[in-house]
Design a protein around this ligand. Structure first.
Ligand SMILES: NC(=O)c1ccc[n+]([C@@H]2O[C@H](COP(=O)([O-])OP(=O)(O)OC[C@H]3O[C@@H](n4cnc5c(N)ncnc54)[C@H](OP(=O)(O)O)[C@@H]3O)[C@@H](O)[C@H]2O)c1
Length: 245
């Protein structure tokens, strides 16, 4: 059985892949999950090439059965879960008068409902790790849009506010189980998700995925008595979208 194991969603690119690389470096056996199979397989192969133990599972994490399957396959492979990273997410800009129900549902299910269901499905494994070392960790990728609502990205902002609130609730509910939760709240990060804005906000001025991964490395090393409920990452001067509409 692996000495320590981590499950990272949305790990085929950007922030999730950087966190997976860091966790591999730190000696964790990894399950990486994301939607598109080819992209995920390429990312997983890259991690294996660095010598890390990796299983990859492709699927739509907006789907409950997929989430159940990911956690079950993680348990079957490694038998333990010390770090869960709920990072998969999608942002779809629309003005409120034009909201498309399907796009609302995709964002709610991927960014928010999936996190609730991952906690539920992983609770037994996380509690076992917490009982062993009092330092099980769940990292939930929110956004700076989870702290300040943004026009045009209103549904995305609402889901990310939900992530911050749920993280706070988990820190109360799981306080005696040795499970700590942290919401990550970045502004613009240089990943595929921000391609749409790079014409106006140059990639080289953005936060890097490695900035985020290094913050998670820090979280791994905090003592059992130290909970970090959230971390904000800003570009100098702020870096939010101007309100659309
Ligand atoms: N980049 C930023 O400026 C920024 C700022 C604040 C917060 N965030 C948050 O950071 C997280 C990671 O985003 P990123 O910037 O690293 O973008 P990214 O490179 O596009 O990564 C998004 C990841 O989520 C996966 N994903 C999306 N929908 C999914 C679904 N339904 N089922 C399974 N996997 C799904 C993607 O897989 P596929 O590519 O196969 O869909 C990909 O692995 C997201 O939660 C995002 O909201 C990003």
């Amino acid at each position: 059985m692996a000495e320590r194991a981590a499950l990272i969603t949305g790990a085929s690119s950007g922030i999730g892949l950087a966190i997976a690389e860091m966790l591999g470096e730190e000696g964790y056996a990894l399950t990486v999950a994301a939607r598109r199979p080819d992209k995920l397989e390429a990312a997983a192969d890259g991690l294996r090439a660095k010598g890390y133990e990796v299983q990859h599972i492709a699927g739509n994490l907006g789907d409950e059965e997929t989430i159940k399957g990911v956690v079950a396959q993680h348990e079957a492979a490694y038998g333990r879960l010390d770090v869960l990273v709920n990072n998969a997410g999608v942002g779809i800009g629309e003005l409120v008068g034009d909201l498309t129900t399907k796009k609302v549902d995709i964002q709610l299910n991927t960014n928010l409902r999936a996190i609730f269901l991952f906690y539920r499905e992983a609770a037994t494994l996380l509690k076992a790790a917490g009982a062993e070392h009092r330092n099980a960790l769940v990292v939930n990728t929110s956004s700076i849009s989870g702290k300040v609502g943004e026009g045009w990205l209103s549904v995305y902002s609402a889901t990310k506010h939900g992530v911050v609130g749920f993280t706070q609730a988990m820190n109360k509910e799981l306080a005696n189980d040795g499970i700590k939760s942290t919401a990550l709240c970045p502004g613009f990060v240089d990943t595929p998700m921000t391609e749409f804005v790079k014409e106006h906000v140059p990639a080289e001025t953005m936060i890097t995925p490695q900035d985020i991964a290094e913050s998670v490395r820090y979280l791994l090393k905090t003592s059992a008595g130290c909970v970090v409920p959230e971390i904000q990452f800003l570009q100098p001067g702020g870096g939010l979208l101007p309100n659309a509409g």
